[in-house]
Design a protein around this ligand. Sequence first.
Ligand SMILES: NC(=O)c1ccc[n+]([C@@H]2O[C@H](COP(=O)([O-])OP(=O)(O)OC[C@H]3O[C@@H](n4cnc5c(N)ncnc54)[C@H](OP(=O)(O)O)[C@@H]3O)[C@@H](O)[C@H]2O)c1
Length: 352
Amino acid sequence: MEVSSRYVVTKAHIDGAPKESDFELKSESISLLLDSGSNDVIVKNLFVSIDPYQLNRMKSQSSSQIYSTLAAAINPGEAIDAYGVAKVLVSGNPEFQKDDLVVGFITWGDYSVIKPGAMLRKLDPMGFPLSHHVGILGFSGLTAYVGFFEVCKPKKGEKVFVSAASGSVGNLVGQYAKLFGCYVVGSAGSTEKVQILKEKLGFDDAFNYKEESDLKATLRRYFPDGIDIYFDNVGAEMQEAAIANMNVFGRVAVCGVISEYTDSGRKATPDMIDIVYRRIKIQGFLVTDFLNVYADFISTTCDHLRAGKMHTLEDISTGVESIPSSLIGLFSGHNIGKKMVQLAYSPIDIEV
Ligand SMILES: NC(=O)c1ccc[n+]([C@@H]2O[C@H](COP(=O)([O-])OP(=O)(O)OC[C@H]3O[C@@H](n4cnc5c(N)ncnc54)[C@H](OP(=O)(O)O)[C@@H]3O)[C@@H](O)[C@H]2O)c1
């Protein structure tokens, strides 16, 4: 038996802002009969993650392609791997059986053929919707958790600023920081997003950065006593403004610099003399450096979810054809919370 699988590819390297015409849908037939001795696993993709770092993989060159094996270059015309949840159809790997739910690196397509050595494990949904395992209980959640607790090393009562705060990682950083006992302000790109941060997620305050003309003055207004921790998702002017408002021994976790991904000319140029005299620590990090914290992250986050202390923000599109626009939308703030695409419609496929 064969299935027909549509998948997304890039037509060429993308060195600026992505647009629909940079992508195309291809289609292939996948045989569900494995060759004897094959260790492949063929899965039906259920939910795939849409993440800003994929754009860095699509460029003609980027640091990501050299320093992170999970963010290796994407070659035009080739299937694109991404984190997601799937259901096993056929397995030549004794670790997996037909109908197992799995989570790991699948492809931006209807089906995936997973080769031995790929990051894939059985998924116990633990009573949570499958989408949660792509977002809050997946890499976005782990990134927020390790970035805040391991990189920022917070103390109760400290003042925390989060940019792209209504996004997948940012909204969770703010929620962890509040639960830990910090004062938290977030920036986001619309009135609706600001409202969600304050009214649904319990941020102490939030502002729409698109309505502000002087970010340094804005942050001085929101943090009259200075910022102790800045969780940076955007880079450029916001990073400069945050650093200008940091307290002595402040910490900046550079999780990402999304405003610089689409424009190589945009760079943060913080005042280095501030950094010296205020003894500010700026640390970039990759979530994959902290996989040892995974068990602690899962048990803490599941407890918070079950106790109703954390909320999920998910932004789900449907169908392979919506993958390009979902990625493109990240760079103009179309998403609220974790962006992902659902690739199966039958309740049998996505029922837990
Ligand atoms: N280090 C790691 O291991 C790791 C892991 C995951 C993610 N990341 C990074 O973390 C950041 C957030 O990722 P995410 O997955 O949570 O994405 P996300 O925040 O859910 O989506 C991106 C958001 O960024 C904001 N944005 C886009 N262009 C912007 C610009 N020019 N200036 C300011 N804000 C802009 C938009 O919100 P607004 O409406 O607020 O503008 C958009 O919704 C990214 O930089 C990503 O690369 C790093």
